[in-house]
Design a protein around this ligand. Structure first.
Ligand SMILES: *Cc1c(COP(=O)(O)O)cnc(C)c1O
Length: 232
């Protein structure tokens, strides 16, 4: 049994859905065409359970041990865990068991290990390749130059279904700099499509910058604090 979501969580979710739809209209896009991935990192299983009362079932997490703990607590619910954080190769086994999708795929060593573990589990998952569009040290991802080679090699990993690209924009007060990161990801996607890769998804934009990402063609935005509140 899941109780109704607390009013403040429900209100924040409705507000985010409304702002995302408005950003779509402002960009000349259809409201509702951009998906929202709620990012539940650092919030405990009880909060995720409350969020499921809003009809949410797909949650973004950046640490595999958090997915493991929450999946154990919430085993009675049909949830999908999406990995959005930098992944160490030695976490591939847990990811293969627990995740429905990885958006932070950034190197072949990880791809091969995930593929091997997934084959052992007899499952496949969707993957997005994370691209580094910002010069900041803290941001991970494959470089734009290395992206075509990585996509080509991924063909060998039968259990990884390549669906699109993901990025984190530069943390900057300058909207043009942030927007430039999103624009670059969109352009890279178009170039990869020209060379035959079937990439429909662009995961870009977070609580602070999603309107810019939507203006640049995001198909999904990853929203944490605007839904769940400030992280401690
Ligand atoms: C934490 C995180 C988000 C969500 O960030 P908010 O600013 O809280 O919306 C999105 N993407 C990634 C990769 C993250 O680690």
């Amino acid at each position: 049994m899941t109780d109704p979501a607390p009013p403040d969580l429900a209100a924040r979710w409705q507000a985010v859905r409304g702002r995302v739809d408005q950003a779509c209209r402002d960009a000349g896009r259809s409201p509702g065409e951009v998906n929202i991935l709620p990012v539940s990192k650092t919030f405990d299983a009880a909060v995720v359970r409350q969020a499921t009362a809003l009809g949410l079932k797909r949650f973004g997490e950046n640490k595999v041990q958090e997915i493991r703990a929450k999946a154990a607590d919430l085993g009675d619910l049909p949830l999908e865990w999406v990995v959005i954080g930098h992944l160490q190769t030695n976490k591939a086994r847990d990811v293969a068991r627990l995740a429905s999708e990885v958006q932070s795929l950034d190197r072949m060593e990880l791809a091969h290990e995930l593929d091997r573990r997934l084959q052992a589990e007899g499952r496949g998952i969707d993957v997005l390749v994370q691209v580094k569009t910002s010069p900041e040290e803290a941001k991970s991802g494959v470089s734009p130059e290395a992206l075509p080679g990585l996509l080509h090699e991924l063909n060998a990993c039968a259990s990884l279904r390549l669906r699109g690209l993901m990025t984190m924009a530069i943390a900057s007060e300058d909207p043009a700099a942030v927007r430039g990161c999103f624009r670059q990801l969109h352009q890279l996607r178009e170039a990869c499509r020209q060379s035959g890769h079937d990439l429909d998804r662009l995961s870009m934009g977070m609580s602070g910058d999603f309107a810019l990402a939507i203006a640049e063609g995001a198909t999904e935005v990853r929203i944490g604090s605007a839904i769940f509140g400030v992280r401690s």
